[in-house]
Write a protein that binds this ligand. Structure first.
Ligand SMILES: [Zn+2]
Length: 113
């Protein structure tokens, strides 16, 4: 389950950031998981519950939001939701699109005291 290593590095990032802001306890974390990212939201939640113990996130609650995928056609600029394995633009039919949303997992924001 590679979510464990993803979550482990997210906790490291929050810990380092919180230290810089003199936050000693993180109370809330909002995470965004792209619908086409390789992370499974349930596994991420499980990993959080498992790894938060003993960290700055120990007492925190979490909100996990799954973000819809979005592509932008590099040819005509149309925005659309890709349905893998096809990445064709529904407007001009060109397979020349790039992802702009939905492939990443990131921290939207967190709160602490
Ligand atoms: Zn297009």
């Amino acid at each position: 389950m590679h979510e464990l290593s993803i979550v482990s590095s997210l906790i490291d990032i929050i810990t380092a950031d919180a230290r810089q802001r003199s936050i000693r306890k993180v109370t809330f974390v909002r995470l965004i998981i792209g619908a086409l990212s390789s992370a499974n939201p349930r596994s991420v939640e499980f990993a959080l519950e498992h790894l938060k113990n003993g960290s700055i996130l120990e007492g925190a609650s979490f909100e996990i939001v799954v973000e819809k995928a979005e592509s932008e056609c590099t040819k005509c600029g149309t925005l659309f939701e890709p349905r893998l394995p096809f990445l064709m633009c529904p407007s001009c039919g060109k397979p020349s699109s790039s992802f702009i949303k939905g492939r990443d997992i990131y921290i939207d924001y967190y709160e602490g005291e």
